[in-house]
Design a protein around this ligand. Sequence first.
Ligand SMILES: Nc1ncnc2c1ncn2[C@@H]1O[C@H](COP(=O)(O)OP(=O)(O)OP(=O)(O)O)[C@@H](O)[C@H]1O
Length: 450
Amino acid sequence: MVILETKDLSFSYPDGTVALDNINIRIEEGKKIAFVGRNGSGKSTLFLSMNGTHRPGKGEILFHGKPLKYDSRSLREVRKNVGIVFQNSDDQIFAPTIYQDVAFGPTNLDYPKEKVKQIVHKTLEYVGLMHLKDKPPHHLSGGQKKRVAIAGIVAMDPEIIILDEPLANLDPVGADEVMDLLNEQSYFGKTIIISTHDVNLAYSWADYVFLMSEHKIISEGTPEEIFVQPDKLKAAHLRRPATLEIYEEIKMRGLAKTNCCPRDIPDLVHSLRSQHLLWVDVPPEVKEGDYINLGIFYGEYAQNSAYEAANCKVLHIHDDGLAIAEMDRKAFRAGSIGIYDTAKYSREDLLSIIERDGVECVGAMGKKSKLIAEKDDIYLDVTAGVIDRSILNALAGQRCLILTHDGMVHHAMDRIRAYMEKSGINIPVSVINPNPEEQSKQDVTKSMMT
Ligand SMILES: Nc1ncnc2c1ncn2[C@@H]1O[C@H](COP(=O)(O)OP(=O)(O)OP(=O)(O)O)[C@@H](O)[C@H]1O
């Protein structure tokens, strides 16, 4: 369903500078959208038009199919539902304390004081800044300010969250924290729109991309469609994403499977053509193209450990039932990924799981979980790109544990399952401490994995 739409939208600043020239876009509800384009192409102006700050010179903007109106009541309504996080947090944060800053939006919505307090506490908890609530915002780091700015918007519970260059000036860990927050909001059904110059981010993160140049949309589509158009990328002053560059090089050397478009490192790893063919006996129900589990390899057949699990793709089946199969990986040890919901955290419980399951790699996703680990001295091997890193480590045979909470538990599960479906590789994955009502879902998952 389309949530936001522009029709023939044009806008010029009072000094005559043309900033938007006949923009026609449709944004689907619940999607992750990236606007990518060179400096001055019009991204910020478009965003400010989307929440009614700029009134178009020509054309119109539709929210849920209804044209935006510019009287103060209608603007208040649209700004409650279309929240913008500015590129520079100092343009957004102005109250004397962090608490007051986040409370500004809900207070303006005329919520009672107690409800405002509840919302602010929940939101500050969520962005991991509760311990700083009485501090003045100008004492914070860039990454913390960005999280306050996001909290101020999230506190209004808008349907669309727009972020202008959300990762500008953030260090890699700060950037990952912001992306964690956005992914979680997306998982809760929000439509997330960002602008960025970072082609790697747009390519790996977005569901849909708009390329902008010279105040116009010059191309739109899925990341796989957009980032394989060299002329369009050139016009928008952009490069190809690194994963695609590497993939092209691998492909030119005959080392890649054809027709795949890797979007992240696990995809890239999976795109490598196997060098190993083998003969296997296959049961009658197996068809050409099926992936089959070869079970466990021992001793000299295993590469990295005493025993390893191996998968293969059946390329051709002879009449006598013998088949030629391509091993997707020479062999990989049976690693696994456990997900621990820190909403039900206890230090003893977690440490005993790590001990009991022989966990070799612990990662934390989301500020709340990272703070818990830090406070209780739980050593984290991974704090950035946690899901992809855990997939890669599990493929290399490690037993991994991801600490996370609430919606992120499902987000991690979904991402890992999507990888398994795409690659045909089974990684045992489970929520280690599910809610009782989720236990039954979990049992179904476990039976699928075995
Ligand atoms: N207040 C203003 N008055 C006049 N011109 C402006 C104003 N703000 C932006 N512009 C001009 O409008 C055009 C679009 O600017 P905009 O900030 O929307 O681009 P952008 O794509 O967000 O750029 P960046 O990537 O650098 O943030 C540019 O030519 C810019 O110089």
